[in-house]
Design a protein around this ligand. Structure first.
Ligand SMILES: [Zn+2]
Length: 115
């Protein structure tokens, strides 16, 4: 017997009260002086609710950024937007002495709730 594939969750399935969710993310090196360059990712009701991004460093192992806890917290809080920064938990290189990646990501989340 094959298990039933439920498929990826959509935004509506997870958060039925949300019409649109905008996630702005920027990555910066720890010592970068340049202004962060934000990318905008828009989720509408039919979008797959995937809030995790890969680390942009090629040599990063087990890294990535998971924005879902922040989105979840924001939606539960009743506020319209939130921002902050997180560091990549991955490591660089496969040797045991590989240093931590710690690539920083600034994020901003803006919600449009249904009236
Ligand atoms: Zn990384």
């Amino acid at each position: 017997m094959t298990p039933i594939e439920t498929g990826p969750k959509k935004l509506f399935d997870l958060y039925p009260g949300i019409e649109r969710l905008s996630l702005f993310v920027a990555f910066e090196e720890a010592d970068a002086e340049a202004e962060p360059n934000y990318q905008q990712i828009i989720f509408t009701e039919d979008s797959v609710a995937a809030f995790r991004l890969e680390c942009s460093r090629d040599d990063c192992v087990d890294g990535g950024f998971d924005y879902e806890p922040f989105i979840d917290e924001l939606i539960r809080s009743g506020a319209q937007q939130a921002q902050g920064r997180i560091a990549c938990p991955g490591s660089l290189g496969r040797q045991e002495d590989g240093s931590c990646c710690k690539l920083l990501s600034e994020y901003r989340i803006i919600l449009e709730r249904k009236a």
